[in-house]
Design a binder for this molecule. Structure first.
Ligand SMILES: O=C(O)CCC(=O)C(=O)O
Length: 286
């Protein structure tokens, strides 16, 4: 059945949850066919990025391996010498299916309402792969400190995570510290191995507020840029892939592409939705 512009508006109960708890969940928003297409897009991007082992600039940060290929940052899994990809950021410009997702009304409409805008811009987007068997977790952190360098509207950067696979504690589902966003920017951990000061100082956290968000594939988790969140490792035989998109009011540049990516809610009639094109970033030759 077709979708209509306006059918994904933010509900009052969701607005209250976003304000008080820092997140809300919509389960099974993407149907199986759409999910298959997005998983195929994720595989195409993974294959593309796996081919970049000698491209761009490889570096270690706090003992973890990264590679910048043009505007794209690859994070590798934590085992020494691992070539398994952990995160690709940004990702939408690498595949037409992901490019179309940026405008999908299911993601965009609730956040237009949240920000009080009829249009948005994309801030950044990531493909988090967390591979089966050895996918590493994400320590407790807020996203806002990571972006604080060059951004003057940190509180207007809401995120939405789209689960590409069923996620539970076994494969490292998303976890949140309920209500932690109201404290604003929290102090980071200090010392080696903590990507200083990205990870939140555990002394600031109340373990009683932790909630694991086990969700079926196709679900959306909307969350505040100051919400403390993370996830455990994936020791299961099942992948736990997710796309995380971060939006902002219109007119601002993206975090890493250096130009605005305007966003208008699209209810699903765009021909790009069926696209299969894969392209490398223009700067990928280095
Ligand atoms: O993928 C996850 O489980 C966590 C993602 C996350 O923390 C992030 O992208 O900032």
């Amino acid at each position: 059945m077709g979708r209509r512009v306006g059918e994904h508006r933010l509900q009052a109960v969701e607005r209250r949850a976003f304000e008080r708890e820092g997140f809300f969940v919509r389960e099974r928003v993407f149907e199986p066919e759409a999910l298959d297409a997005l998983r195929a897009a994720a595989q195409r991007v993974e294959a593309l990025a796996e081919g970049w082992h000698h491209a761009g600039r490889a570096y270690q940060h706090d003992g973890l391996a990264f590679r910048d290929v043009g505007p794209v940052t690859l994070q590798y899994e934590h085992q020494p010498g691992s070539r398994a990809l952990r995160v690709v950021e940004p990702v939408h410009h690498l595949d037409a299916q992901l490019e179309a997702l940026v405008d999908d009304a299911r993601l965009v409409e609730p956040l237009c309402d949240w920000l009080g805008e009829s249009e948005l811009a994309l801030f950044t987007d990531k493909l988090n792969l967390k591979p089966a068997g050895n996918g590493s977790g994400f320590r407790w952190h807020q996203d806002a400190p990571y972006w604080s360098g060059g951004c003057d509207h940190l509180e207007r950067l809401p995120n939405v995570m789209l689960a590409l696979d069923d996620a539970d504690l076994g494969n490292g589902c998303f976890r949140v510290m309920v209500g932690s966003h109201v404290q604003g920017m929290l102090p980071g951990c200090r010392g080696p191995g903590v990507l200083e000061p990205l990870f939140t100082d555990p002394a600031c956290l109340d373990p009683g507020c932790e909630v694991a968000l086990a969700v079926p594939a196709g679900s959306l988790i909307f969350f505040d840029p100051f919400l403390v969140h993370g996830s455990g490792p994936n020791r299961s035989p099942r992948a736990r892939r997710a796309l995380v998109l971060t939006y902002q009011p219109p007119g601002y540049d993206t975090f890493k592409l250096g130009r605005p990516r305007p966003v208008r809610p699209d209810a699903g009639r765009s021909p790009a939705r069926k696209g299969r094109r894969v392209r490398a970033p223009s700067e990928s030759s280095g």
